[in-house]
Design a binder for this molecule. Structure first.
Ligand code: HEM
Length: 422
């Protein structure tokens, strides 16, 4: 109990207790990490990291161990929900300006945590050694060919051009030892930094007392009680999910039989969709690198901290964000269908250069569109630079979500759109 108390400051602003100031997302991420550690440790009692035994050991866990199936399903649902919650937690921090000023370093630590969680999901994906896992990881590994020094990195993980026993054992060690150890270190620093910043970011304009200082309340029991409720409800939800639904397990991996379509895990589907429209060097390397650089640079580029603790700085910014969502929801599918039509056109007229559909042309076109949208919105809604940046972020995040959904739901054999025809 005293350990839990020490994680928090003694008092926090009353405003921070409101659900809408954090939506308890960071706390939920922690609960999910804890559930993952617990269920993962239990699975270690039966799992065998060898290609001949991995699949059967998972089957054995599901069928012969008491609660084996439930433990595996809890691990599966917690991992997937964690990726979703992390994404939402990042959005909350971004929109409330929680990454600025003294919280800068914690944002960077958060990005390290994000990378570790994604790496953990990716390495864990292969462990059941079923068809879905084997081919999803094969696709992702092939993407390394378009990353500088990626082929060299790939040879570290694979043998004879394919996924092998070496890959499985390296992934197993990373997933069960290296990544969790690093994650514990980063998470401890993350919480220490939240504590040092005297809790989460809150609005300077609301929750003020008569002396013009924020009204403070004791963490125990006010915050601890709320955290306990969230932890219990989330654990119950995961347990019910694990009881009702079973974590997927396909046929055993077969290196000679590729499923069609072979899709990457859902959290990489947005990038797999991009891969269909841009040259792989853009989709796999340039675009993710630019996104990551922006995420790292953001706290240092944006000097003002006007929106601390508030999601939108003005009603104009709110309307601009809603408009950006609508534009992005319309424009993204239109561009995807347009590119699909160009690809078909090229099949009929092979003389047309490839750069029209997957080369520099679509990339430059998209960059121009983003710039037109950014400056157009800024002018139309009379936004400040910060508000315009936020509106562009809304536009791009919506586009990425739509791309992810298109890849997951609308792509079939040969990664063609279901209704487009062969
Ligand atoms: C498993 C992963 C993570 C856990 C368990 C976690 C947990 C938390 C918790 C409990 C808080 C305080 C309250 C709250 O927002 O609920 C917090 C704040 C914060 N988190 Fe995370 N977090 C994680 C990942 C991330 C990531 C990926 C980022 C960003 C890239 C991030 C950036 C931040 C920042 C900057 C704050 C301070 C914001 C503020 O004071 O309002 N975190 N985190």
């Amino acid at each position: 109990m005293s350990f839990i108390k020490h994680v928090h400051p003694v008092k926090v602003p009353l405003k921070a207790l409101e659900l809408k100031s954090t939506w308890a997302l960071g706390g939920m991420c922690l609960v999910l990490v804890t559930l993952l550690a617990g269920s993962g440790t239990l699975m270690l009692f039966s799992y065998q990291p060898f290609p001949e035994f991995a699949y059967t050991s998972v089957e054995y866990l599901e069928n012969q161990f008491t609660f084996g199936r439930m433990i595996r399903s809890m691990h599966y649902f917690s991992a997937n929900l964690l990726v979703l919650m992390l994404f939402c937690h990042m959005l909350r921090v971004f929109f409330t300006g929680g990454y600025l000023g003294k919280r800068r370093l914690n944002w960077i630590i958060g990005l390290c945590i994000l990378s570790l969680v994604l790496l953990s999901c990716f390495t864990g994906y292969l462990l059941p050694w079923d068809q879905t896992a084997f081919w999803a990881v094969t696709i992702c590994m092939n993407m390394f060919d378009y990353v500088p020094a990626g082929s060299m990195l790939k040879t570290f993980f694979i043998t004879d051009g394919g996924i092998s026993e070496k890959t499985l054992q390296l992934f197993f060690t990373l997933h069960t030892t290296v990544i969790p150890t690093l994650l514990i270190g980063f998470l401890a620093t993350h919480f220490w930094k939240v504590r040092k910043a005297k809790g989460v970011v809150t609005s300077r304009l609301a929750g003020m007392g008569e002396d013009d200082k924020p009204v403070m309340v004791a963490v125990h029991p006010n915050l601890l009680l709320r955290e306990a409720v969230v932890a219990l409800v989330l654990t119950a939800v995961i347990m019910v999910l694990a009881l009702v639904f079973k974590a997927p397990l396909d046929e055993m991996a077969n290196a000679g039989l590729s499923p069609n379509p072979a899709k990457a895990p859902w959290y990489f589907s947005g990038f797999q969709e991009l891969l269909l429209h841009f040259h792989p060097s853009f989709a796999v390397f340039l675009i993710p690198t630019v996104i990551f650089c922006i995420l790292i640079g953001m706290p240092f580029l944006r000097g003002d901290i006007q929106n601390e603790g508030v999601w939108f700085m003005s009603d104009r910014a709110k309307t601009a964000a809603k408009t950006a969502v609508l534009i992005s929801m319309t424009l993204t599918p239109v561009l995807v269908f347009f590119d699909e039509a160009v690809l078909d056109f090229q099949k009929w007229f092979p003389g047309i250069p490839g750069i029209l559909s997957t080369g520099l042309v679509p990339f430059v076109l998209v960059i121009c569109l983003i710039l037109v949208h950014h400056f157009g919105m800024k002018q139309k809604f009379k936004l400040s630079s910060s508000e315009a940046f936020q509106t562009s972020a809304v536009f791009l995040i919506t586009a990425f979500v739509i791309l992810t959904l298109i890849c997951i739901w609308l792509r079939g054999a040969g990664m063609k759109l279901y209704f487009w025809g062969a």
